[in-house]
Ligand binder design. Structure first.
Ligand SMILES: Cc1cc2nc3c(=O)[nH]c(=O)nc-3n(C[C@H](O)[C@H](O)[C@H](O)COP(=O)(O)OP(=O)(O)OC[C@H]3O[C@@H](n4cnc5c(N)ncnc54)[C@H](O)[C@@H]3O)c2cc1C
Length: 132
């Protein structure tokens, strides 16, 4: 999935576009053979936006590599400004940050309820006998 685009790519037009210039300004796009209207300079932009949206909700990365945005500060289709949304986003961002810091290193998903490693880190000794 392409996430990085040059300015020229983002401003590229469809081949079918027949721009109307008025006062030196490009005013409209063009029509494809099937009659669909395409806006000016949108040959790659829609794909770029869709790719960024998909990437954003998988990692909550920003335009700055290694910087993530979770909680009320971000927005995407279906976003609900709730505490649990921020926690969910933070978990995905944390995994993404780890991948950014240690590319390719597998990070197992562990539960605080059952992981002895996490119990050691947290300094707790829960009774797990009823899970056996
Ligand atoms: C009245 C109200 C009731 C709500 N009730 C519920 C509820 O019952 N259940 C629920 O799930 N959600 C509820 N929410 C939503 C929930 O509060 C938010 O979704 C959640 O607090 C977002 O957390 P956050 O960390 O992203 O942002 P915030 O909690 O807003 O934290 C952002 C922090 O950044 C600080 N900050 C801002 N700018 C700067 C800066 N430049 N430098 C340093 N610090 C800065 C702010 O002071 C703030 O402390 C409610 C919201 C409101 C307004």
């Amino acid at each position: 999935m392409q996430l990085e685009w040059t300015e020229a790519e983002l401003l590229e037009t469809h081949a079918v576009e027949e721009p109307l210039f008025a006062g030196g300004v490009k005013c409209h796009g063009g029509f494809k053979a099937d009659g669909e209207y395409v806006s000016p300079r949108t040959k790659n932009r829609w794909t770029a936006i869709e790719n960024w949206k998909a990437e954003h909700t998988a990692t909550f990365g920003t335009g700055v590599p290694g910087v993530y945005a979770v909680g009320d500060v971000n927005t995407y289709p279906g976003k609900k400004k709730l505490i649990l949304s921020g926690f969910h986003e933070a978990a995905l961002a944390a995994f993404a940050a780890k991948e950014y810091l240690s590319p390719g290193q597998k990070v197992p998903l562990q539960y605080t309820t059952t992981s002895p490693a996490m119990h050691r880190r947290l300094g707790v000794s829960p009774d797990l006998s009823d899970l056996a």
